[in-house]
Design a protein around this ligand. Structure first.
Ligand code: SF4
Ligand code: SF4
Length: 443
């Protein structure tokens, strides 16, 4: 299935309560005729509306586990946050459980995160970057920049995400070791994140994705739990280090870089505030900005199961437990990099990121100015309460919707009330009038 967006509305469940319209960071939702509507071109798949809706009317489209059967050789790519969903003494059990679900192999995305860290360090030292460098790990944040902060596109780290690097290496490895053709190998990301599904269908910085499907953690959670009970004798499978697994929580990516001049922020609205500061020329002393759309980082993704605070704590404990193994694991990372002759150029974006000018009033600057003036005129007549009762998130967005021809000023209940009041007064006035042929007291 090829959807441009993974966030959808279940019309039956939607009560038109307008809770979601205010939380959307790109003003992508309107409520009309008592139902929410997502403006596709504006949605960045941050998942904020999934978390906000009290009626569970928003959901993310992902792949079902059955999809893996379309491939001869099936590889699971568990996100680092996957480990944090379960209370287990040994993460190898979790990887075994994935094999029990029908996968032939597991490649840890945490391992690929170490490779991305390795190349990011090189990129930071190179001449050709604009500071602060903004992490590209969160696709929702990248799309937020394309939509609302186009001037910051040049700051985005142009390096493939750990998920993408994991799929690439895992497939090449199997091709090499087992001689299976690439199109017969399926790589499936086990995801806490809705935006990753959109990424796979419409990659950022690349023509194609090596990932063949995205399976929500919540969809395999129960199955993994039941398999965990059966697993007894296991051989070590996990090779990820604490640093790689640390990417699951906000700040983990920056910590792995071992630099001091970084800022890490979680939650899409907090990220937007900091991006605004960067756009305004502040934070000049910062080398790296790690912004993650979900609260707590990927552990707080809308497709995860565990409470993000509990999950974050588990990641912290797991990372420090694996600290001793760090040296030998770094050697493994270098070995992989060498055996695939990977260079920084190999993981750099193939194409430039484009802006997504959907929030502009018009592509023609003169017409945009005219529309801007109209918006301001309408706005001056609106009450400025940003109540959302009109179905638009703020008075300003209603004014913009009116100028774009998608709404009327009477959608505002205050203007409607004024109009009704005026009409009622006029009717009273008219009802007191008598035809001139009848007796009147006006002389
Ligand atoms: S929060 Fe949005 S999607 Fe959920 S019921 Fe209210 S209007 Fe509908
Ligand atoms: S996923 Fe995010 S951007 Fe898309 S409609 Fe929901 S809140 Fe808005």
């Amino acid at each position: 299935m090829k959807n441009l967006h993974s966030i959808m509305l279940d019309k039956e469940k939607c009560k038109g309560c307008t809770n979601c319209i205010k939380r959307c960071p790109t003003e992508a939702i309107r409520v009309r005729n008592s139902k929410a509507r997502i403006i596709d071109q504006r949605c960045i798949d941050c998942g904020e509306c999934i978390r906000t809706c009290p009626y569970h009317a928003k959901y993310a489209i992902t792949d079902s586990l059955e999809e893996i059967n379309k491939f001869q050789y099936k590889i699971a790519l568990p996100a680092p946050s996957f480990y944090a969903q379960f209370e287990v003494d040994d993460v190898n059990k979790l990887l075994y459980a994935l094999l029990e679900l029908g996968f032939d192999d597991v490649f840890e995305v945490a391992k690929a995160a170490e490779i991305v860290t390795y190349f990011t360090k090189q990129f930071i030292l190179s001449e050709k970057n604009k500071k602060p460098i903004i992490s590209s790990a969160c696709p929702a944040v990248v799309r937020l920049i394309q939509t609302k902060f186009p001037d910051l596109i040049e700051n985005i780290l142009p390096i493939a995400s750990p998920m993408e690097v994991a799929a690439y290496i895992a497939k090449k490895k199997i091709q090499r070791e087992k001689g299976i053709e690439e199109d017969k190998i399926g790589a499936f990301f086990i995801s806490p994140c809705a935006a990753k599904m959109t990424y796979v269908n419409s990659p950022l910085g690349f023509e194609r994705s090596y990932v063949d499907g995205v399976i929500a953690i919540k969809d395999v959670y129960g199955l993994v739990r039941s398999k965990l009970r059966e697993i007894k004798d296991i051989k070590p499978l996990s090779i990820a280090s604490g640093k790689g697994i640390g990417w699951a929580a906000s700040g983990g990516e920056s910590l792995a870089l071992e630099i001091e001049e970084y800022v890490n922020v979680d939650g899409i609205h907090n990220v937007a505030k900091v991006l605004e500061e960067i756009e305004n020329g502040r934070l000049k002393d910062i080398v790296y900005f790690e912004g993650l759309a979900c609260s707590g980082g990927c552990v707080g993704g809308p497709l995860a199961v565990e409470n993000p605070y509990v999950a974050k704590n588990r990641i912290k404990r797991l990372s420090s437990k694996l600290k001793d193994k760090e040296e030998s694991l770094s050697a493994w990372t270098e070995e992989i990099i060498n055996s695939f002759s990977l260079k920084l150029e190999d993981v750099l974006f193939e194409k430039e990121l484009e802006t997504n000018p959907v929030l502009e009033l018009d592509s023609d600057i003169e017409r945009a100015m005219e529309k801007f003036e109209k918006v301001n005129n309408i706005l001056s007549m609106l009450p400025g309460l940003d109540c959302g009762a009109c179905g638009s998130p703020t008075c300003k967005t209603l004014a913009e919707d009116i100028v774009r021809g998608f709404a009327n000023d009477t959608d505002c209940i205050f203007i409607l009330r004024e109009n009704i009041k005026e009409l009622a007064n006029k009717m009273v006035e008219l009802s007191n009038k008598l035809p001139p042929s009848l007796e009147r007291n006006d002389e």
